[in-house]
Design a protein around this ligand. Structure first.
Ligand SMILES: Cc1cc2nc3c(=O)[nH]c(=O)nc-3n(C[C@H](O)[C@H](O)[C@H](O)COP(=O)(O)OP(=O)(O)OC[C@H]3O[C@@H](n4cnc5c(N)ncnc54)[C@H](O)[C@@H]3O)c2cc1C
Length: 287
């Protein structure tokens, strides 16, 4: 199929982008970033925006910068930028492991980190990273700038706190201390498919004890989220298989799978138990 007709706007600055977006958003005007979700949706006429505001020629949006305590990811930084560590230490390593699970290489060459957050798919790896590490997400509109933590940004299934006239300009991820251990595990039916369940875990190990434990799961509910129940099992404990298994059980109990049937819901709980346990086991070897 072909997309329905639309007007294409090529912009060179963020100010131009938000000015045009303000004019066209009432008419389902949308930002075009990597186009790896929006263009197929348009081709299938699942999306029919009357206007596209193409931000790919705004140089400042293609930039990754390392600040004192965070990595700032501009709105046009592609998934593929993370194939190699973009920053020394655990964060660069973590992103390089996670990115390999996103789709296939051609999609990773065009799709963007921030586009994934704006799209808010429950099975997006970058949404899980943003939620687990509590990213700071920066938006612009003609009304000004504002920032939200990931915990406030994602509202539910493909839904965010962004207003129709706002564009996401950058996302900050906190740099992780050197003693951070992390583990990522994903289950999908075939390589490159969207995940059926995934888990990202991180903690600092001080005197052999886990502190600041974060357990995030994705592809299970309407949006990725941290599981306080599993984190509480692990906090201030010495890492061991027995406490990892208890945390995985707590995670499986805590989730509310979006599937309608009892069997599918039970299947999701088993998947969560497995991905949480495997992610935790990887924390011992990942750093
Ligand atoms: C076959 C296939 C497999 C895939 N597998 C995976 C996978 O396993 N994991 C995964 O995470 N993703 C997967 N994707 C999606 C891919 O990662 C997309 O790149 C990503 O979801 C969207 O990023 P994009 O830059 O392409 O956004 P676009 O397609 O350009 O835009 C997507 C939506 O976000 C909005 N948007 C984009 N950027 C901004 C911005 N800066 N401000 C405001 N709104 C914005 C657009 O208006 C649009 O509504 C897959 C896609 C395909 C086609």
């Amino acid at each position: 199929m072909k997309p329905s007709s639309f007007e294409y706007h090529e912009v060179r600055t963020v100010q131009q982008a938000v000015e045009i977006l303000a004019e066209v958003c009432a008419d389902d005007g949308r930002i075009l970033a990597g186009g790896q979700t929006l263009v197929p949706a348009m081709a299938m006429r699942l999306a029919r925006p009357a206007h596209l505001v193409d931000i790919n020629r705004i140089p400042e949006l293609a930039v990754l910068t390392v600040q004192s305590d965070h990595l700032s990811i501009g709105a046009c930084v592609r998934h593929a930028a993370f194939h190699e560590p973009v920053v020394d230490g655990p964060l660069g390593h973590l992103l390089a492991i996670v990115v390999r699970h996103i789709a296939h290489l051609p999609i990773r060459m065009r799709g963007t980190f921030c586009g994934s957050l704006a799209n808010a798919d429950a099975a997006s790896e970058w949404c899980l990273v943003a939620v687990t590490l509590n990213a700071n997400i920066h938006m612009r509109s003609i009304r000004g700038e504002r920032s939200l933590r990931a915990s406030e940004f994602f509202l539910g299934y493909m839904s965010t706190a962004m207003e129709p006239d706002e564009m996401l300009v950058a996302t900050d991820l906190p740099l992780l201390p050197e003693d951070t251990h992390f583990g990522f595990e994903e289950y999908s039916r075939r390589a490159g498919d969207f995940a059926q369940a995934m888990c990202l875990v991180s903690f600092e190990l001080r005197n052999d004890v886990m502190f600041g434990v974060r357990v995030g799961v994705g592809a299970v509910e309407g949006a990725a989220r941290r599981l306080a129940e599993a984190e509480a099992v692990l906090e201030s404990q010495i890492p061991c298989l027995e406490c990892f298994a208890r945390a995985a059980d707590a995670a499986a109990q805590a989730i509310e799978p979006s599937e309608p049937g009892d069997e599918e819901r039970q299947y999701k709980r088993e998947l969560v138990r497995t991905v949480v346990l495997r992610a935790l086991q990887k924390t011992i070897t990942a750093v």
